[in-house]
Write a protein that binds this ligand. Structure first.
Ligand code: CMX
Length: 466
C-alpha cells in the first residue's frame, strides 16, 4: 500500500498526468485512476517482455507455408496483442475472461444488468476488473472530453447525406489528429519513454469524442441535424443513446452497453485491429491509426457485414414474404450462394463454432424481445444456413458470427437505418485498438515491416526443392 501510494505520488507529479481528472488526495482514500494504474503496471510489463525475449526470442514458432503467403496469412503467428485472445472453438476472451465472466464481473449501471463499456476498457488495458467508482470516474472523464472541434463538425455537416456514414466517420476521426497530444509532443522532441502518456491522452480523447461524431452523422443523415448535449452525469452508452435519440429507452441503453462491450476487441489479426496497430507502428497518432482501422471495418467481409445482414434479410422478406416456410428460406439461401455471393453474418476466418458474441446477443433478445418477428427469422436461419454451407462445401466455418445478430436488435428499438450499423461497431472497436496502441507505445513496439515475395521469387526459391 505504501509503495502504491508513493507510486501514485510520483506519477501524479509527471506532466503526462496533468490532464488526469482525479488528483492525488492527501487523505489517500480515493482509488487510482486508469492512467495511474497503468503507470504502475508498465515497468513490470517491460521487464516481462524483456525476459520473454531473452528466454524465447530465438525460438521458432512453426513453419510458414507458401499457402499462407497467398492465403491472407491465415493462422500465421505474427503479432503481439494483449487485450484479447480468440480460440477457434470457444471464442473470444478479454484478458482471459469470457463474455459471460465479463458480464458478471464488470460493473453495471445502477438499476442495469449489462456491463458498462468503461469497465471493459479498464480490463483491456490493465487485465484487472475496475471498481464501480473507477468506472464512474471514466464516464465523467469521457463526458468532459466529448466535445468535438467546430471544424470537425463542419466537415461532417458538409458531407452529402449520400456519403456512407462510415466514410464520414473515418474522415472526422482522421481530422481529430489536428489536436493530437502525441503528434505535438513528437514535434516538440518528446522522449520515447514518454510516448505512452500522450498516446493515452489521445486515446481517451478519441473514445470520448466518438459519440458526438457518430450522433452528428446519424442526425445529419437520418434526422433533422439537431444534436442534444452530452450529460456529464451519464455513462458513455447512455450519452450515445441520447445523441442518437433513444436515451429515454432504458432497454436500448442496456443493449448499447452490451453491444459496445462485446464488439471492443477480437484479438489482433482482424482487419480493423491489425490496421490500427500497423499504422500506429509508424508513430502515426491514435486518430490517424484508428481512422485507418475504420476504413478496414467498412469492408463487407468485416464490419460492414452487420449492414449486409439486414439488407439480405429485408431482401429475403421482400422476395419470399414474412413468415416464410423453411423450404422457401432454404431456396433463398441457395440462390445467394449460386449467385456467387456470401451469406452475410456466417463464417469466420478463425472461429469454428457459433460466435459467443452472437450467443450473447441472442440471450439479450430472448430476454427482451422474444416475440420480435425478425428475431424469429434470425433463429430460423440459424437452423438452416449451417447445413447448407456445409453441403456447399466451401466455408470452413458454417456458424454465425457477431454480425448475424446485431442489426435485428437495433431494428427492434427503431434504429433501422442499417447503413449506420457499422458506425456503432466502430465506436466499440476503438476501445480495443486504443488499448493496444497505448501498450505498443509503452513497450516500444517497432515499425511493422514484414517481408513480401514476388511469385517469381517463390518459384525460384522452390525450383529444385521437392
Ligand atoms: N457464405 C458463402 N461462402 C462463404 C461464407 C459464407 N458466409 N464463408 C466463407 N465462404 C467461402 C469463402 O468465400 C471462400 O470461398 P472461395 O474459396 O471461393 O474464395 C471459402 O468459403 C473458404 O472461406 P473460409 O476459409 O471459410 O473463410 P475466410 O477465412 O476466407 O473468410 C469470412 C472469412 C468472414 C470473410 C467469410 O466467412 C465470409 O465472407 N463471411 C460472410 C461475411 C461476414 O459475415 N463477415 C463478417 C465476419 C465478422 C467480422 O469481421 O465482423
Amino acid at each position: 500500500m505504501v509503495a502504491a501510494l508513493r507510486n501514485v505520488f510520483n506519477v501524479s507529479r509527471s506532466p503526462l498526468l496533468a490532464r488526469t481528472s482525479i488528483r492525488f488526495s492527501s487523505t489517500a482514500s480515493r482509488q487510482l485512476t486508469l492512467k495511474e494504474r497503468l503507470a504502475e503496471l508498465i515497468p513490470t510489463e517491460i521487464e516481462k517482455v524483456k525476459a520473454i525475449r531473452a528466454e524465447h526470442g530465438k525460438k521458432a514458432f512453426g513453419p510458414v507455408t507458401v499457402d499462407q503467403l497467398y492465403g491472407g496469412m491465415r493462422g500465421l503467428p505474427a503479432l503481439i496483442w494483449d487485450g484479447s485472445v480468440l480460440d477457434p472453438d470457444e471464442g473470444i476472451r478479454f484478458r482471459g475472461k469470457s463474455i459471460d465472466e465479463c458480464k458478471s464481473l464488470l460493473p453495471a449501471a445502477p438499476g442495469g444488468s449489462e456491463p458498462l463499456p468503461e469497465g471493459i476498457f479498464w480490463l483491456l488495458l490493465t487485465g484487472e476488473i475496475p471498481s464501480a467508482e473507477q468506472v464512474a470516474e471514466l464516464s465523467r472523464d469521457w463526458a468532459a472530453r466529448a466535445e468535438i472541434p467546430d471544424f470537425v463538425k463542419e466537415i461532417i455537416d458538409r458531407c452529402p447525406p449520400t456519403l456512407h456514414p462510415m466514410s464520414q466517420f473515418s474522415m472526422a476521426v482522421t481530422a481529430l489528429n489536428h489536436d493530437s497530444a502525441f503528434a505535438k509532443a513528437y514535434q516538440d522532441g518528446v522522449s520515447k519513454k514518454d510516448y505512452w502518456g500522450y498516446t493515452f491522452e489521445d486515446s481517451m480523447d478519441l473514445i470520448a469524442k466518438l459519440p458526438n461524431i457518430a450522433g452528428r452523422i446519424y442526425r445529419n443523415v437520418f434526422g433533422d441535424g439537431k444534436l442534444p448535449a452530452i450529460d456529464s452525469n451519464k455513462d458513455y452508452s447512455a450519452n450515445l443513446a441520447t445523441l442518437l435519440g433513444f436515451g429515454d429507452n432504458q432497454a436500448f441503453v442496456e443493449l448499447l452497453r452490451l453491444y459496445i462491450t462485446i464488439h471492443t476487441d477480437h484479438e489482433g489479426g482482424n482487419v480493423s485491429a491489425h490496421t490500427g496497430k500497423l499504422v500506429g507502428s509508424a508513430l502515426s497518432d491514435p486518430f490517424l491509426a484508428f481512422g485507418a482501422s475504420l476504413n478496414g471495418l467498412a469492408g463487407p467481409l468485416h464490419g460492414l457485414a452487420n449492414q449486409e445482414v439486414l439488407l439480405w434479410l429485408r431482401k429475403m422478406q421482400s422476395q419470399i414474404g414474412e413468415n416464410a416456410t423453411d423450404d422457401a428460406v432454404k431456396s433463398y439461401v441457395w440462390s445467394t450462394l449460386k449467385g456467387g455471393q456470401v451469406v452475410p453474418g456466417y463464417g469466420h476466418a478463425v472461429l469454428r463454432k457459433t460466435d459467443p458474441r452472437y450467443t450473447a446477443q441472442r440471450e439479450f433478445a430472448l430476454k427482451n424481445l422474444p416475440d420480435d418477428p425478425l428475431f424469429k427469422l434470425v433463429g430460423q436461419i440459424y437452423e438452416i444456413v449451417p447445413s447448407i454451407l456445409l453441403e456447399a462445401g466451401k466455408a470452413k466455418n458454417p456458424w454465425p458470427n457477431v454480425d448475424a445478430h446485431s442489426g435485428v436488435l437495433l431494428t427492434h428499438y427503431g434504429l433501422d437505418q442499417m447503413q449506420f450499423y457499422t458506425v456503432l461497431f466502430g465506436v466499440s472497436r476503438a476501445f480495443g485498438v486504443a488499448a493496444q496502441l497505448i501498450w505498443d507505445r509503452a513497450l516500444g513496439a517497432p515499425l511493422e515491416r514484414p517481408k513480401s515475395y514476388s511469385s517469381e521469387a517463390i518459384q525460384k526459391i522452390f525450383k529444385d526443392k521437392p
